[in-house]
Design a protein around this ligand. Structure first.
Ligand SMILES: Cc1ncc(COP(=O)(O)O)c(C=O)c1O
Length: 343
């Protein structure tokens, strides 16, 4: 089975399992897990932030960040397809009492001009704009990215208006690679940023949220409140450290495989895609010119050995990752071509 549904489907390698098995551990709620502490310090310093906080998931990293930044009734400017808005069960409303102001980004990417136009004036009738929430790379945007210039423009605007910036960097390493910059340069433009290890880096779980020392001190309490205080989780942190040491540079391979897939798909009758739009490891394509919608396409293709995720009525998503080889990308293209000939 060639599983292109998500980069979260990877299974820990033998070497990663070894690193997990031999991890030094302690009670992390008491701050005594040396491997978690090492991971938090390593990521914070890599991102140029004062402190980091290990959490079980990307969703919790985002929600702890929002809870730490805002008060109930505050407004969050966000793209309408952002993971935080689209896929986190309305958590920001439930947990933090936040109100979203959703903008229509260009493939999920916002600009300083769009954001400035959305700021609320000082007016007792209106909710105060307190937070700008960005996503890089952007999942529903098809792995689209922020240029450093764009992010720096947004950061400047936020400082001028005394508004915080949170960056959902579940795939920040992919974003930095594609933008030919560093994760630190991107993170520098934000007040808080989180990175995930359970996506392109191949760990079974874990994200780290980073920010100032004061921000993380507050965030620890909210992590506990949400049930994210865990005990001997150095076992998981060791997998994250292994991913960081071994699986960052190879993301380039995933990007090349995604481009290869996109180019191949563009040559198949009935499939619409512009391969130039594919810049990281996510490939969105349209099957509206076939007789099928996305659900029928994915269900029909699965028995032939390729798994994809429907991402809209006629849109599907394929994601490349460390458990899919270049040869398997070619095989998947062949399978898709044969499938379309039969229907
Ligand atoms: C951009 C983005 N942010 C956050 C998350 C949430 O991560 P998790 O599934 O670990 O909660 C995801 C998951 O795919 C994501 O794509």
């Amino acid at each position: 089975m060639i599983d292109l549904r998500s980069d979260t489907v990877t299974k820990p390698s033998e070497a990663m399992r070894q690193a997990m098995a031999s991890a030094e551990v302690g009670d992390d709620v008491l701050g005594e897990d040396p491997t978690v502490n090492h991971l938090q310090d390593t990521i914070a310093s890599l991102l140029g932030k004062e402190a980091g906080l290990f959490v079980p998931s990307g969703t919790m990293a985002n929600q702890v960040a929002i809870k730490t930044h805002i008060q109930p009734g505050d407004e969050i400017i966000i793209d309408k397809n952002a993971h935080i808005f689209y896929y986190e069960c309305g958590a920001a409303a439930v947990i933090s009492g936040g109100q979203f102001n959703c903008l229509a980004g260009e493939k999920g990417i916002l600009s300083a001009e769009m954001i400035e136009a959305a700021f609320r004036p000082e007016d007792i009738h209106q909710p105060p704009t307190r937070l700008i929430s960005l996503e890089n790379s952007h999942n529903r945007g098809g792995g689209s990215i922020y240029t450093l210039e764009n992010l720096a423009g947004i950061a400047k605007l936020a400082v001028k208006h005394d508004i915080r910036v949170h960056l959902d960097g579940a795939r920040l390493f992919n974003g930095a690679l594609a933008a030919k910059t560093t994760v630190q340069e991107l993170a520098r433009q934000t007040d808080s940023v989180c990175v995930a290890f359970s996506k392109g880096l191949g760990a079974p779980a874990g994200s780290v949220l980073c920010g100032s020392a004061g921000f993380i001190e507050k965030a620890i309490r909210f992590r506990k409140m949400l049930g994210g205080g865990m005990r001997q989780v150095g076992i998981l942190a060791a997998a994250c450290l292994y991913g960081l040491d071994n699986n960052v540079e190879r993301l380039e391979v995933d990007h090349q495989n995604a481009k290869r897939l996109a180019r191949g798909l563009s040559g198949i009758d009935g499939i619409n895609i512009d391969p130039e739009q594919v810049v990281t490891n996510i490939v969105l394509f349209d099957v509206g010119s076939t007789s099928m919608d996305a659900d029928t396409f994915a269900e029909g293709l699965a028995p032939a050995g390729v798994l994809l995720i429907p991402f809209g009525r006629t849109t599907l998503r394929a994601v490349t990752h460390l458990d899919v080889t270049t040869a398997e990308i070619d095989e998947a293209l062949e399978i898709i071509q044969q499938f379309l000939k039969k229907v």
